[in-house]
Design a protein around this ligand. Structure first.
Ligand SMILES: [Fe+2]
Length: 168
């Protein structure tokens, strides 16, 4: 049985995933404004993925027989002014997501709510991937610096990112 506290935290995480989608759309908008269409496309795909993560929790809450409460959130960072800045901001955001998922998992474990704990395991694994992806992109951007040829190659490469499967 999920406690009110755990349900509230699950609900917060659902909204934070939707907020993540907003954050990545803001970064996509920056990239697009600088005509980095590949980077922009990559962030749009990332935003779609975050929406799917939020929907995963939305459906989980429904399956618990509870009602998900969709809330507004503060504005994301619309002030980035370089690709490196955008990816560093995204990496920091993913670290915050991991912190929240761990906190949520701790609550589920403390309550011996194993179904929720199992559900969250998927997010724990996903965060390993997310942090690794962003860390690697930050490192690549640092290495490339202002080398426009290398940036063009990276832009083309990230522009190939495929669609995410829809949340079940
Ligand atoms: Fe996510």
């Amino acid at each position: 049985m999920v406690s009110d506290q755990l349900l509230a935290k699950l609900n917060d995480q659902m909204n934070f995933e939707f907020y993540s989608a907003q954050a990545y759309l803001a970064l996509a908008a920056y990239c697009s404004s600088e005509s980095w269409e590949g980077f922009s496309h990559w962030f749009i795909r990332q935003a779609e993925e975050e929406k799917a993560h939020g929907m995963k929790i939305f459906h989980f809450i429904n399956n618990l027989g509870k009602r998900a409460i969709v809330t507004g959130m503060e504005s994301p960072n619309n002030e980035v002014n370089s690709l490196l800045d955008a990816f560093e901001s995204a990496y920091a955001h993913e670290q915050e997501v991991t912190r929240r998922i761990y906190e949520l998992s701790d609550v589920a474990l403390n309550e011996r709510e194993h179904a929720t704990y199992q559900f969250l395991k998927w997010f724990v694994d996903e965060q390993v991937e997310e942090e690794s992806t962003f860390d690697s992109l930050v490192q690549r951007l640092r290495r490339v610096g202002n080398d426009s040829n290398a940036l063009f190659i990276l832009d083309a490469d990230l522009g190939k990112r495929g669609a995410v499967p829809a949340a079940e």
